[in-house]
Ligand binder design. Structure first.
Ligand code: HEM
Length: 369
């Protein structure tokens, strides 16, 4: 029906089969008034609920003397499975709003990871909003209107548009390809599997802050792909970087996309068929004590670098997990050893907690404070 339920035990946009398009924004709170922040979050929840139903932001009186409450560009468009997912950064729980006692236990600055030099100005933020929809204008409209409602309370810190979801999160979806031309999401978590989601994605009873149980931690990374360099690499090497065949997506030890990789198999020359530094070998749960994350990223492009003339594009990596240590563990290994590192560069990132979904009558202001 193109409408994803806004209320429920979990927020939309996590277990929801990944939509085609993304608009993601992070905001800093500029007011010092706790009441104003709470009020804005309440208004955001009501607006988000309306927009996900394909309705305009509520409250418009049609007054000719005032700017319309809804900016209007989504009128007449289908809801497009819009989901609006809110998250909070560690900085929101500092001394400003009396929220220090509500800080989720795992929401803290990530440690320095191998070979990383992230730009702090386009990283993190007090609040993030992930809007996903099958229509880019619907996703953009959602962020724009929350921003408008937040005037005087929050200021945008960074924003990114995403296209071509780079992960399937449901077996019903064909696996899409990332900008390197490889199928991405083949061995992702099936977000429809409640047991797996409970084990790896939803924050559970281990978290002392009851209010975030049923939520999830979101790690974002803007990862540039050095596309000109990649496009000069031969096919054999490209396949060895991932450990998978480019056309079929099959592991280098199999024939079909969903064949299970065999990490012990050797080729004729006695080397591992899936090389020691292949992305999938290093990231696979078999080699990381069963560790898994839900990847829900999108491709992005920021156009052409004015200095070098090179394409600026890559993966806006978004991943959900019950504890950010899952990302840290993986990225410690990938950052140090992944063959992919020759062709990518992590530009910026964020860590947020996304609270659980809202019950009828609840709103984000009341949930946080
Ligand atoms: C698997 C691409 C960054 C974690 C894969 C696959 C591709 C891919 C093509 C194989 C298909 C699949 O199972 O989905 C990329 C690209 C990246 C990137 C192009 C950067 C631009 C990352 C990062 C992490 C990560 C930063 C986590 C820290 C994983 C995991 C798997 C995977 C857990 C599944 C491995 C398995 O179970 O076989 N990635 N990835 N990836 N990637 Fe990445």
């Amino acid at each position: 029906s193109q409408i994803v339920a806004f209320r429920g035990p979990h927020q939309g946009g996590i277990a929801t089969p990944a939509q085609d398009r993304l608009c993601f924004a992070a905001f800093d709170v500029t007011t010092t008034d706790r009441g104003q922040l709470q009020q804005m979050l309440t208004s955001w929840a009501l607006a988000a609920e309306a927009m996900t139903k394909g309705l305009t932001v509520p409250g418009d009186a049609g007054d000719l003397e005032s700017p319309p409450i809804d900016t209007g560009e989504a009128e007449g468009l289908k809801p497009g499975n819009l989901t609006i997912t809110i998250g909070y950064g560690a900085s929101l729980f500092d001394s400003r709003f009396g929220l220090a006692g509500r800080r989720p236990s795992q929401l803290k600055a990530l440690p320095q990871l191998p070979k990383e030099d992230l730009d702090p100005g386009s990283s993190d933020g007090d609040i993030c909003v992930q809007a996903c929809a099958d229509d880019p204008q619907v996703a953009f409209h959602a962020i724009r209107n929350l921003r408008r409602l937040g005037t005087g309370v929050v200021a945008p810190r960074w924003m990114e548009l995403g296209f071509g979801r780079t992960s399937s999160t449901s077996p019903a979806q064909a696996t899409p390809r990332n900008l390197m031309g490889f199928k991405d999401g083949t061995r992702n978590i099936d977000a429809g599997d409640a047991a797996v989601m409970g084990d790896h994605v939803w924050i559970g009873a281990e978290e002392p802050q009851h209010w975030v149980r049923g939520g999830s931690y979101l790690v974002s990374r803007k990862i540039r792909m050095l596309l000109e360099q990649w496009d000069r690499d031969n096919l054999n090497d490209q396949q060895n970087v991932f450990g998978r065949a480019k056309a079929s997506g099959a592991p280098l030890t199999g024939k079909k996309e969903f064949d299970t990789p065999d990490f012990s198999a050797k080729d004729a020359s006695g080397d591992y068929a899936i090389p020691m530094d292949a992305h999938v070998r290093l990231a696979a749960p078999e080699n990381n004590r069963g560790l898994r994350i839900l990847r829900r990223g999108y491709s992005f492009t920021d156009g052409i670098d004015p200095v070098t003339g090179q394409l600026v594009g890559g993966l806006l990596f978004l991943a959900y997990m019950k504890n950010p240590d899952q990302f840290v563990t993986l990225q410690r290994i990938l950052g140090a050893h992944d063959a992919l590192n020759e062709y990518i560069k992590h530009l910026s990132g964020g860590l947020f907690v996304t609270p659980p979904g809202l019950a009828p009558g609840a709103d984000w202001g009341a949930q946080l404070f």
